[in-house]
Design a protein around this ligand. Structure first.
Ligand code: SF4
Length: 348
C-alpha cells in the first residue's frame, strides 16, 4: 500500500478485500466497506471529508491513517490532432506519462505501468531509459482518474511506459478495480493489456482476467526477433503463441498482435508467409504500426505504400489485419515514443 509524504496510506487503488480488511481493523460496521468503495470508484470526490454517509467519527478516524490518494498531473502537452500527453510524478520522484487519444466515437487512454522498463527493446524510447520502478495500483489508476477527460474515456490500453507483466500484481489489482461491480464496473472488452510475452505472467493474466491481450510480435523469425527484442532469448514468440493457443480464452476476449513496420527488416513477403504460418488456427488480428524514428537506433519506418501491400497480403491469406492510425506524433505520444525528458532531468 502506497504512503503519502506525511506517512498516510492511500485509499484510492485498494481492492474491495483490502478495504474490508481496513474496516475490520478499525472496528467500523461491515457495511462501511461498500460505502468507501462507492466513494472511491463511483463518485467524483477527492477527500475523505466528502464521504458524507460515513459518520464524522469514522471519517476522522480514517483520516488519521489514510488519505483519499489522488495525485494531480504535473504537465500536459497537446497535439495538433487533439491527443494529450499527461505527465505524472511517481512516489519515488520519477516521471510517467499517459496519452489521451480522442476519436469521433471513442476516447482511449494509454496508461503506463512502470517508470522506465527493463526489457531493452531496440526500437523503444522507454527501454532506452532503463528501469526506474514499478507503479503501484494507485499510480496506475491515478492516470485514469486524475485527468480532466476522465468521464469521457471509453477505452483503456496498458501500452504506455513499462512492461505490464513485469508488474503483474499491481496490474491485476487495477483491472479488478476497473471491472468489478463494486469498482468502476467496466466491461473487460474496453480494456487491452499489451505485453512482449512474459509467459508465466501471461498465463496468470489469461486465467484471472477477461481483458483483451495484445502481444508485441514485430518479427516471426527467432534470430531476427532476438535482434529487436532481447525477451526472445527467454520467452520465444513461438512459445508465447503456443501458450495462447492452449489457453481457455474468455468468450469475448480479443487477442491481437502488434507489429511495428521496420523498413527492410520485417516487412518482406517472407515475413508475411511466416506470420500466416505462426498464427494459423488462432482467432486474432494483427495491428500494423508505423515506426517513428528515435535516436540511437538504425531502424527506419516502412513506407506507407509497403505497409498497405503488407496488410493486403496478410488479409488475402485470411489474417485480419489493420493499420493503426498514428496519433500525437508532434508531442511524442505515439507508440514507442512515450518517455519523459523530465525523467532525464530528474536523474542528472
Ligand atoms: S517496447 Fe515495451 S517492453 Fe520493450 S522496452 Fe519498450 S516499454 Fe519495455
Amino acid at each position: 500500500m502506497k504512503h503519502d509524504l506525511k506517512g498516510k496510506k492511500q485509499l484510492y487503488g485498494l481492492t474491495f478485500s483490502e478495504i474490508t480488511q481496513i474496516v475490520k481493523d478499525e472496528g467500523f460496521p461491515a457495511f462501511t466497506a461498500k460505502q468507501i468503495a462507492d466513494w472511491l470508484y463511483k463518485k467524483e470526490i477527492s477527500s475523505i471529508s466528502e464521504m458524507t454517509n460515513l459518520s464524522l467519527k469514522i471519517r476522522e478516524q480514517l483520516s488519521e491513517k489514510y488519505e483519499f490518494g489522488l495525485t494531480p498531473f504535473t504537465k500536459v502537452d497537446v497535439s495538433s490532432d487533439g491527443t494529450k500527453k499527461y505527465l505524472f510524478t511517481t512516489s519515488n520522484n520519477k516521471f510517467v506519462e499517459a496519452a489521451y487519444i480522442p476519436e469521433t466515437e471513442r476516447a482511449t487512454l494509454c496508461v503506463s505501468t512502470q517508470a522506465g522498463c527493463k526489457m531493452g527493446c531496440l526500437f523503444c524510447m522507454t527501454g532506452k531509459q532503463g528501469f526506474q520502478g514499478n507503479l503501484s495500483t494507485n499510480e496506475i489508476l491515478n492516470q485514469f482518474r486524475s485527468i480532466p477527460e476522465f468521464q469521457t474515456i471509453s477505452n483503456l490500453v496498458y501500452m504506455g511506459m513499462g512492461e505490464p507483466f513485469d508488474n503483474l500484481d499491481n496490474v491485476l489489482s487495477s483491472l479488478e478495480i476497473l471491472t468489478s461491480e463494486w469498482g468502476y464496473a467496466w466491461s473487460p472488452k474496453r480494456i487491452t493489456v499489451s505485453s512482449i510475452g512474459i509467459i508465466p505472467a501471461m498465463i496468470t493474466f489469461l486465467e484471472k482476467s477477461n481483458c483483451n491481450l495484445a502481444i508485441s510480435l514485430h518479427n516471426p523469425f527467432d534470430d531476427e526477433r532476438r535482434q529487436l527484442m532481447p525477451i526472445q532469448n527467454v520467452y520465444p514468440i513461438q512459445e508465447v503463441i503456443a501458450e495462447i493457443k492452449r489457453a481457455d480464452l474468455g468468450r469475448q476476449q480479443r487477442i491481437s498482435f502488434e507489429y511495428i513496420m521496420f523498413d527492410g527488416v520485417n516487412d518482406t513477403d517472407k515475413h508475411v508467409k511466416a506470420l500466416v504460418k505462426l498464427l494459423s488456427g488462432l482467432k486474432c488480428r494483427i495491428n500494423l504500426i508505423r515506426f517513428h524514428s528515435i535516436p540511437l537506433t538504425p531502424l527506419k519506418g516502412t513506407p506507407d505504400e509497403r505497409i498497405m501491400e503488407f496488410r493486403n497480403a496478410l488479409t488475402t491469406k485470411g489474417v485480419f489485419t489493420t493499420i493503426r492510425a498514428s496519433r500525437g506524433q508532434d508531442i511524442q505520444a505515439a507508440c514507442g515514443l512515450l518517455s519523459t525528458k523530465e525523467m532525464g532531468k530528474n536523474n542528472s
